[in-house]
Write a protein that binds this ligand. Structure first.
Ligand code: R1P
Ligand code: URA
Length: 235
C-alpha cells in the first residue's frame, strides 16, 4: 500500500491508463480489459488491472488538477514501479480548426501552475511527451481515420476563468487546447525516467462554446481509449 493507493505489491501493471474521472477508470476496465479486478477504493479513486490483447494493463483515476494527479503518479512510480503512463482525458479546444470530438496528442504541456517554477528556481522547464508513445499513438489514430492533432497544450490550475485574454494569447502561439494535469504527468515522468503521454478528447470548444452530448462523449472517449491502449502495446 502507498498513502493513497490500496494495492498490494504486484497488483498494478507496469503500463497504466490515467483518466481524471474514477468512473471513467471503471468504464475502461469493464469495456476494454479482460479479467479486470479492482485494486483501489481509497477515496473512491478507483484503480483496476486486467489485460488488453494479452498485455497486462492497469487503469487508475487521478482526480482533477496538478496536485491530485501528482499524488497518484508519484505513488504509482515510487511504490509500484509503473513505467508507462498514458493519460486519457478531456480538454477544451482553443483553435478554430479543432472541433469537439477531435483527439489531441499532447507533445508538450505549458502551464500556469507554479509547481515547476518553484522546482526549477524560476527557470521554465518544458514538460514533454515520450516520443515512442506519441509516434505510435499518432500512427494508430491516422490508421483509424480519426481527426487527430499533435502539439502543445495548456495545463491550467483553473477550470473557471475570469477572461479569455490568456487563451487567445496562447492560441496565437499555436497552443491547441486546455486541460488540468499533463504538465505534472510529463514532469514527474521525466524525473523518474518513465514514459508518459496524454491522449485527450476535445469535450468542448472554449472559444465557440460548442459542447459534446454525453452520448457523443462516450463514443469519442472510446476512440481515445483505443488509441491509448494500442500505443501501450509497444512498451
Ligand atoms: O476528463 P479529465 O481527465 O478529468 O480532464 C479534464 O476534465 C477535468 C475538468 O472538467 C480536468 O481534470 C481536466 O483536465
Ligand atoms: O480542463 C478542461 C477540460 C475540458 N474543458 C475545459 O475547458 N477545461
Amino acid at each position: 500500500m502507498s498513502v493513497h493507493i490500496g494495492a498490494k505489491p504486484g497488483e498494478i501493471a507496469e503500463t497504466i491508463l490515467l483518466p481524471g474521472d474514477p468512473l471513467r477508470a471503471q468504464y475502461i476496465a469493464e469495456t476494454f480489459l479482460e479479467g479486470a479486478t479492482c485494486y483501489n477504493h481509497v477515496r473512491g479513486m478507483l484503480g483496476y488491472t486486467g489485460t488488453y490483447k494479452g498485455k497486462r494493463v492497469s487503469v487508475q483515476g487521478t482526480g482533477m488538477g496538478v496536485p491530485s494527479i501528482s499524488i497518484y503518479v508519484n505513488e504509482l512510480m515510487q511504490s509500484y514501479d509503473v513505467q508507462n503512463l498514458i493519460r486519457v482525458g478531456t480538454c477544451g479546444a482553443i483553435q478554430e480548426d479543432i472541433k469537439v470530438r477531435d483527439v489531441i496528442l499532447a507533445m508538450s504541456a505549458s502551464s500556469d501552475s507554479q509547481t515547476n517554477r518553484l522546482l526549477f528556481n524560476q527557470v521554465d522547464f518544458a514538460p514533454t511527451a515520450n516520443f515512442d508513445l506519441l509516434h505510435k499513438a499518432f500512427q494508430v489514430a491516422t490508421e483509424h481515420n480519426l481527426s487527430v492533432k499533435v502539439g502543445n497544450i495548456f495545463t491550467s490550475d483553473s477550470f473557471y476563468r475570469e477572461s479569455m485574454d490568456l487563451y487567445k494569447k496562447l492560441a496565437s502561439y499555436q497552443v491547441l487546447a486546455v486541460e488540468m494535469e499533463s504538465s505534472a504527468l510529463y514532469t514527474l515522468a521525466a524525473k523518474y525516467k518513465r514514459n508518459a503521454l496524454s491522449v485527450l478528447t476535445v469535450s468542448d470548444h472554449i472559444l465557440t462554446g460548442e459542447e459534446t452530448t454525453s452520448e457523443e462523449r462516450q463514443t469519442t472517449f472510446n476512440e481515445m481509449i483505443e488509441v491509448a491502449l494500442e500505443a501501450a502495446l509497444i512498451k
